[in-house]
Design a protein around this ligand. Structure first.
Ligand SMILES: NC(=O)c1ccc[n+]([C@@H]2O[C@H](COP(=O)([O-])OP(=O)(O)OC[C@H]3O[C@@H](n4cnc5c(N)ncnc54)[C@H](O)[C@@H]3O)[C@@H](O)[C@H]2O)c1
Length: 433
């Protein structure tokens, strides 16, 4: 199959490279000249484990190419995927669909008869209808289909998730789109990944419902963690106790500093906007977003309280800035609110993140960036683990003792055993324990 991927970000690049690896012929299009130039020169513009090798192998095999020119790529395509960003619209929180609609307009003059346009971006219910309208307006005579194929991959494990998904969701309103998408995903279905075919609107909503449900699990366990701290229980015991119930499941029950990233915050917000537009309130999702927003800043207060409130002029060593490990993505990371809260309390911030410092530097001011965790701890009162990078799982307590002025470890990811930390003469502050 000939596939065109419009948008070569986290989702477009991973999906394009994986489709090529299955044997399809894939052209990735992006508007960002710097990105395309880097890819043509063999450089990967994002950090995603294994992606450099996957891209290099498929480029070498002649199945994967990159271009700025949508007009040259689209005419040959059986399926054109839209994988552009859908950030929150400034001011009102609706999903900003301007990139999706621009992509539809730009591809329309070049589509061949029978082409299937597939929205992989996360988009509100009804977006497929508008994409169809835009293309039909430009090409009234053209036979084409518009389908929805939301993506569920996680940054940091994106290739594995794409190649071994729990399920593939395909939303179609005609049989031609079904047969083309079945062909696109045939290699995965042969590997026993379930392909769920449903109506286009149901597929669009499925993605938001999935993210809202996962965000709910996170906010739920975070609130239980707060209660654990008050009643003297350990949230990790409680999480294990409920997670082994197969009706609940153990994943997304790690208490921590709140969810961030490029998906959950904007997608829960966009789902709420849809629910308002259709007068079908989602009270649970409303509560989840409120709980998560206040949680991020409250983690900053937790650090201030651990220092007894006397924070002016003191430094904190922030270990980890990205919203989770194994990515360089800083979008809506809890670190942003935590660093701001510490700076508001008069603290200086020294920080280290294995992959996220370049992106963090665009979003955060007045931080001293360090080359490792120990340099960040030099002269700091406390070390604060914000992201669960492996590099922070086995810190050298002897070295930390020489560097940390107040010998405090604040572990917002519950990576350590309290008794172990305290045995080394540190004060230990965790989440919900
Ligand atoms: N990042 C994730 O983990 C993830 C997971 C599942 C779904 N999604 C969804 O997938 C979509 C893409 O997310 P992302 O993280 O890959 O975004 P991204 O910002 O990393 O990439 C989007 C790319 O699209 C390009 N672009 C925008 N308009 C274009 C146009 N008209 N023509 C060509 N290129 C264009 C941009 O230059 C950019 O490179 C979003 O809707 C997101 O919600 C993301």
């Amino acid at each position: 199959m000939k596939i065109v991927m419009i948008g070569t970000g986290y989702v477009g690049l991973v999906s394009g490279a994986c489709f090529a690896d299955f044997g399809h012929d894939v052209a990735c299009v992006d508007k960002d000249a710097g990105k395309v130039e880097a890819l043509l020169a063999g450089r990967i513009p994002i950090f995603e484990p294994g992606l450099d090798e996957l891209v290099a192998n498929n480029v070498a095999a002649g199945r994967l190419s990159f271009t700025l020119d949508i007009a040259s790529a689209v005419p040959a395509a059986d399926a054109v995927f839209i994988a552009v960003g859908t950030p929150s619209r400034r001011g009102d929180g609706h999903a900003d669909l301007s990139y999706v609609y621009a992509a539809a307009k730009e591809m329309a003059p070049h589509l061949q008869p029978g082409a299937v346009v597939v929205t992989k971006s996360t988009v509100p219910v009804g977006t497929g209808d508008e994409v169809e309208r835009i293309i039909r307006e430009a090409r009234p005579e053209l036979a084409f289909s518009v389908a929805s194929n939301p993506e569920f991959l996680r940054e940091g494990a994106a290739i594995e998730d794409f190649k071994r998904p729990d399920r593939i969701v395909v939303g179609i309103d005609d049989e031609h789109a079904r047969s083309v998408l079945q062909e696109v995903y045939r290699p995965l279905v042969r590997n026993e990944s379930p392909l769920l075919v449903m109506a286009r609107r149901a597929a669009e909503l499925t993605k938001y419902a999935a993210n809202a449900f996962l965000a709910t699990k996170i906010s739920f366990i975070n609130e239980i963690a707060d209660l654990c701290e008050k009643v003297g229980a350990d949230v990790q015991d409680v999480a294990r106790g409920i997670g082994m119930d197969s009706r609940i499941g153990p994943r997304f029950l790690m208490a921590g500093p709140g969810y961030g990233g490029s998906c959950f915050p904007k997608d829960t917000l966009a789902l709420l906007k849809t629910s308002h537009d259709y007068e079908a309130p989602l009270r649970i999702v409303e509560a989840v977003t409120l709980a998560n927003d206040s949680r991020k800043r409250s983690m900053g207060r937790k650090v201030v309280q651990a220092l007894g409130g006397a924070t002016h002029g003191k430094s904190a060593a922030i270990l980890g800035l990205t919203f989770k490990a194994d990515t360089d993505d800083m979008r809506d990371s809890p670190a942003l609110a935590i660093v701001q809260a510490l700076q508001d309390a008069g603290m200086k911030v020294r920080a280290y993140d294995p992959e996220g410092m370049e992106q963090a530097a665009r979003l955060l001011d007045d931080i001293t960036y360090c080359s490792d965790a120990y340099e960040a701890m030099e002269g700091a009162s406390a070390a604060v683990i914000v992201t669960e990078w492996d590099a922070f799982r086995a810190l050298d307590f002897a070295r930390m003792g020489e560097l940390l002025v107040d010998r405090i470890l604040i572990d917002l990811r519950n990576l350590y055993d309290r008794a172990d930390v305290e045995r080394h003469g540190f004060r230990y502050v965790a989440v919900g324990r």
